[in-house]
Design a binder for this molecule. Structure first.
Ligand code: HEC
Length: 309
């Protein structure tokens, strides 16, 4: 440092340290809010996709394999009795109390244990039926809530009570030697999990309430947008009434679009409003209901909607 500089510094009036704690805090909070938004945005997008588009692969890892060989052969009366209780509680609602009726409207119908053959590719051997309960089969749900012992018990109840006596061709006493080679040893973990349709996956506590909260929030918004459209319709002059009618119908049929339109009107964004009405998907397709209206008429509708308190 030069002497001149030191000099100038010495004579300069005392400067308070320049720092804006408030600005910094605001900035940091802003960044945190943005990150949180990003997180939830993608979380919900993922949830949406998962729940509505794709099957969820629930890994049963952590559930150690039971002793399949032993459980496959243990069809003692005690086991069959335990299976009966489970059957009545968990299966009868679909397969009928006696295993041969269909109280549902499912297609294909739940298996009739008195007369039908097995469809899964491993047949009617104990391990095959255990897998049906572990992984589910088509519309037949998986039962991860039953312990492996319980799954075997209810299968034994079915086969000993009905298959063996009434449907002998479908009765398989034990796993074939071939199948035994595929059975994982007791204690192994991380073997195949269940594939289930997302709608069938039971949600655990916090996720369920989170989703319920979102669904509720959405339905409140949808209702308020509908009420908004209806209010506008009531206040419409004769020349805009027909468009207001169509608007009410549109919001009713497409709640999500209704919300976007609501936002556009509240922001006074006429261009966006027009674009949305013309077809929001960017395909250039024009909504038939509004394509015949003149720009003035659409403008009238816009002002009408804007005026609703
Ligand atoms: C929600 C209704 C429903 C419930 C509850 C239900 N099942 Fe099923 N089950 C079905 C349907 C539907 C099928 C037929 C699926 C197919 O043919 O594609 C089926 C098929 C089966 C099969 C035949 C699999 C095969 O390879 O052919 C077995 C075994 C079976 N269920 C056992 C049970 C047991 C044991 C329970 C109770 C723990 C139970 N099911 C509960 C609907 C149900």
């Amino acid at each position: 440092m030069s002497a001149a500089h030191d000099d100038a510094h010495a004579h300069a009036p005392e400067q308070p340290e320049v720092s804006h704690p408030l600005l910094w805090s605001a900035l940091i909070l802003g960044i945190m809010a943005f990150l949180a938004w990003l997180f939830f945005h993608f979380l919900f997008q993922g949830m949406h996709v998962a729940r509505h588009m794709e099957k969820i692969h629930t890994d049963q890892a952590g559930e150690p394999e039971p002793n399949h060989d032993q459980l496959s052969r243990n069809n003692s009366q005690a086991v069959v009795d335990e299976g009966q209780a489970i059957y009545n509680a968990k299966c009868a609602s679909c397969h009928g109390a006696q295993g041969n009726t269909n109280p549902t409207n499912l297609k294909p119908a739940p298996r009739n244990f008195h007369s039908e053959d097995w469809k899964n590719d491993k047949g009617g051997s104990p391990y095959a039926l255990y897998l049906v309960l572990t992984k589910g089969y088509n519309t037949m749900p998986a039962f991860p809530g039953l312990s492996p012992e319980q799954r075997y018990a209810v299968d034994h109840y079915i086969t000993e009570t009905w298959t063996k006596k009434l449907n002998a061709n479908a009765y398989v006493a034990d796993n074939s030697d071939d199948l035994k080679k595929q059975i994982p040893p007791p204690g192994a973990t991380g073997v195949e999990g269940a594939e289930r349709h997302p709608e069938r996956v039971e949600l655990k506590g916090p996720v369920r309430s989170l989703l319920a909260g979102i669904a509720h929030g959405e339905s409140v918004q949808v209702k308020s947008v509908r009420a908004w459209a209806a209010l506008a319709r009531n206040g419409a002059k004769p020349e805009t009434a027909f468009l207001a009618d169509r608007f009410v119908a549109l919001v009713d049929a497409q709640p999500a679009l209704g919300q976007h339109l609501h936002v556009a009107v509240k922001a006074g964004d006429r261009k966006r409003f027009d674009t949305l009405l013309a077809g929001s998907d960017g395909s250039g397709a024009v909504r038939a209901d509004f394509s015949l209206a003149s720009a003035d008429q659409v403008g009238g509708l816009f002002e009408l909607l804007k005026g609703v308190k």
